[in-house]
Design a protein around this ligand. Structure first.
Ligand code: PLP
Length: 417
């Protein structure tokens, strides 16, 4: 361990805390399901790219050999055409709080969000509602998308100015919405600060203003408990390569509340979203239900790995995963207070565990991209967020408390020079 050379009593107490937390962690054994967790590396970026499961290597080999290699084109009819909805339903049940028939795996998050925002605008269909609302801390792709859609549709953007160390609040959304609002696009967890927005409260505020909401769940799917149906969310999208371990570039998911399915009008009319696709008939008519959200051929290969994580989540339960997530970030903050705050670092994340997702960001004027590259060279892998933030992401199923302590020790060593 890289902290063995630290001999102060306070450091030993933290080491014992980490060991004790790992020993009592009811989810600790899930770490063994992931490739690489038996190495000395400290991985603090599972919120950008989750680790692979060991079974994924076997699942993919079996798919190539038996399904693709063995069934060839027959695979589409036998299984693959149904996979985007089958996995979507499992994701809805295990992670999203969504009844079957409302969730589908497709495209990338960026493309899914584009389709959902346009579908939401089509559902509003009121020329007096010509404003799109979002916040300044939203993820870059969300901001760019909405800028582009505003140009396409002649709409006005209304920006909520969010504190970069916190996140968007119900009060801010109430103040920014009204009779001119068409659609509100927000992230449930802020990608920089980790702030957890009040999804139910904000959804209600948007509805009270007569508008529709699109939620980006990239940092929340698999890290916090979500109840899309319970909160009566209109539309949602998210990544599967972060806390769902789908692998680099695995396709996204889309959720459309069943209330909007009958009139779903998404802008990319492809053959896979058409009613009776294989009739190849003249003219576009959407397939009924969530299938009408599809455009082109689904990325079957890309959706294999996430199924392993969904199985683990169903077994472990999102409630237990959320509990561990809060304990992991609380421990990271405890170590931050002991080691990094005295060196002039600042916590750029909410202090209360219930107000954040599964990562924290630590700012220090001396942190640069080179600091993080140096950490990566030493097999401690957090993320850099300009101008001088180090983001520490903790994946509840694969991260140990010892791994957190080891990573924070390496960050302290860089600050001590
Ligand atoms: C990671 C992330 C994305 C990424 O979108 P892609 O289309 O998959 O590149 C979008 N939104 C948020 C909030 C993210 O964290």
């Amino acid at each position: 361990m890289s902290i063995d050379h630290q001999h102060t009593g306070a450091d030993q107490a933290l080491r014992q805390r980490a060991d004790g937390l790992d020993a009592q962690d009811p989810l600790a054994h899930y770490r063994d399901h992931f490739i690489g967790t038996d190495t000395p590396l400290s991985y603090l970026d599972g919120n950008s790219l989750g680790r692979p499961l060991k079974r994924t290597a076997d699942d993919i080999a079996a798919f190539i050999r038996d399904e693709w290699g063995g069934r060839l084109i027959r695979g589409w009819d036998e299984k693959w055409l149904g996979l985007p909805q089958a996995i979507g339903d499992q994701l809805g049940r295990a992670v999203l709080g969504a009844a079957p028939g409302q969730t589908i795996i497709a495209d990338s998050t960026t493309v899914v969000l584009y389709k959902l925002i346009r579908a939401a605008l089509a559902a509003v269909a009121d020329p007096d509602r010509n404003e799109l609302v979002l916040d300044t801390e939203n993820f870059p792709t969300d901001r760019y998308l909405v800028e582009g859609i505003a140009l396409e549709e002649g709409l006005t953007l209304r920006w909520i100015e969010t504190d970069p160390a916190a996140g968007v609040t119900v009060e801010q959304v109430r103040a920014a919405t009204g009779p001119r609002t068409a659609v509100v696009l927000l992230s449930q967890i802020a990608y920089r600060s980790g702030h957890l927005a009040d999804l139910a409260g904000i959804t209600k505020a948007v509805h009270d203003a007569g508008a529709l909401v699109v939620w980006d769940l990239c940092h929340s799917a698999g890290s916090v408990e979500i109840n899309l149906d319970g909160a009566d969310v209109d539309f949602a999208a998210g990544c599967t390569y972060k806390y769902l371990n789908g692998g680099p570039g695995s396709p996204a998911f889309a959720y459309v509340n069943q209330r909007h399915l009958a009139s779903l009008n998404q802008p990319i009319w492809g053959w896979m979203g058409r009613k009776d696709a294989f009739d190849m008939a003249a003219g576009y008519e959407p397939a009924p239900g969530i299938r009408g959200f599809l455009s082109g051929t689904p990325a079957i290969f890309g959706m294999l790995a996430m199924q392993g994580t969904l199985d683990l989540i169903e077994e472990a339960s999102m409630a237990a995963i959320r509990t561990k997530s809060e304990m992991l970030t609380a421990f990271a903050v405890e170590v931050f207070d002991a080691w990094l705050a005295p060196l002039g670092a600042r916590l750029a994340s909410p202090r209360k565990p219930g107000e954040r997702g599964s990562h924290i960001t630590v700012d220090h004027p001396d942190f640069t991209k080179a600091t993080v590259e140096d950490l990566w060279d030493g097999d401690v892998i957090p993320d850099f967020r300009a101008p001088h933030g180090i983001r520490v992401g903790l994946s509840p199923l694969s991260t140990s408390f010892g791994e957190v302590l080891q990573g924070m020790a390496a960050i302290r060593d860089r600050l001590q020079g």
